[in-house]
Design a protein around this ligand. Sequence first.
Ligand SMILES: [Zn+2]
Length: 101
Amino acid sequence: MRCVYCNSEKIVKNGKSNQGKQRYLCKECGRIFVENPERKHYPDNLKKTAIRLYTDGVPIAVISRSLEVPYETVRSWIRAAGEKAIKKNRRKEKSLSEQSI
Ligand SMILES: [Zn+2]
């Protein structure tokens, strides 16, 4: 069990949510989250495909639709992959329309 926001293991139980789910407090980032969030586990290569498509200039909305992964999830993968590296790559393809992240 790790923090859904910062992936820290420094979490403590923090009562129950309204739905009766275990709630946790992250001592690292101070956020509260609920056990078993609505978050599926996607295979690593799907993640890599999404990131590659993004660096190729495909908008997140299109990646989301074609891979059947929620927009927010795709966006979080791209964030995690390091926006710096991606921006560096994208600068070469200025002509492509910018999709706001
Ligand atoms: Zn945290």
